[in-house]
Design a binder for this molecule. Sequence first.
Ligand SMILES: Nc1ncnc2c1ncn2[C@@H]1O[C@H](COP(=O)(O)OP(=O)(O)O)[C@@H](O)[C@H]1O
Ligand SMILES: [Mg+2]
Length: 368
Amino acid sequence: MGEFHVDGLGVVRQCERVRAGAFDLYRGELDGVAVAIKVKGLGFPDDNAYIAQHSVVFSRLYSAIGYAGRFAPRAPGEELLVHEAERIRASAGTWNHDVLAAGPVRAREGEPGVLGLVMPWHPGPTLAELPRSEQRQLLPRMMISLWKALAAAAHGDLHGSNIIIAPERDRFVLIDPSVFLVEHKRHASGDSKTRCSFTTHPRYYPLLPPYYLPRTRLRDAPYLASQFEAFRWALSGCQLVAPGHTTGGATRGFAEQPVGRDEPGPADLLAVGILYYEALTGEHPFYDAEFTEPGWFGGVCLEGFRGSDTGFDAALVRIARPVVPPVARASDVHPDESALAMALLELRVHDLDTLVARAYPAAVAAQR
Ligand SMILES: Nc1ncnc2c1ncn2[C@@H]1O[C@H](COP(=O)(O)OP(=O)(O)O)[C@@H](O)[C@H]1O
Ligand SMILES: [Mg+2]
């Protein structure tokens, strides 16, 4: 039991470390209210960081070179925490989450301390800690709120351990969003290069990387296959360079983090579908003996023209192979549950009305 002094907040008492790893998590009390403190831990990073890269050569019309993803060393823990705080704050309450302070936390007054995030403590299990049978009942009932939360702010690292379910099961909290760090360099020649480092969980982002946040609406690329094509297109820069403009827009899809779209990004929506599919079947819809790495990993767009990119073959083959519907995998799955999972995984849910029409029967079926 210890205490942490936090500038601007006061003293967090009775701090107890409840988790150790890449980040350590403490539970403490601030004026009688439970808070969580997340600080950089000693544990070796246990999740992945990647870089995506985009070069724009200003002298030619459609000339951009995009890398979809490579392994990268993780950015310093402090930097990740600062960005995590920004992203949580940008969600403006729609995730039911908040940051009370992001700054030095000190064991004793006057010490330099370490960088920490002080957040409300959210009681309750994570979705991942619940038995599949309960996840299966909860997820269809959470769909509308999930849609709204992800539309308000892209998350990018949605998985069962980042969703905390209230003890009464009447609300949930999204924590721990993916971090995007963008570095934009312009050379004297006029060429420029954008490097985007990001963290994510490849299991839930197997085809579209979390930073892919198209400006086109879901209904304009109405299937997973069309979204994947749009992603490759965006990577090449072509989509964003309007006729008559030689430069400019190509890197913006990477550098900007749109907040306040009125629909979720396709990558987050796919993550929701995967979570639900796993709850129904216990298996992954996409990864198998033939498809083992995220489809964006190692993808390179060479010349800015669709058709000349490389490294996407495994993803394209996987997308062309149908997903086994949950009803065909588990005999206790109801067709309405299966239909909801498949609509999400094929990115055929383009608006809230469609989602309600799919989720309601699935929720009813789960109550049988
Ligand atoms: N504010 C919080 N309230 C309660 N539990 C939390 C809170 N933040 C994190 N946790 C718990 O700690 C775990 C790890 O925290 P998280 O922020 O996801 O760290 P990491 O970046 O290491 O994944 C979560 O899965 C959850 O169980
Ligand atoms: Mg986490």
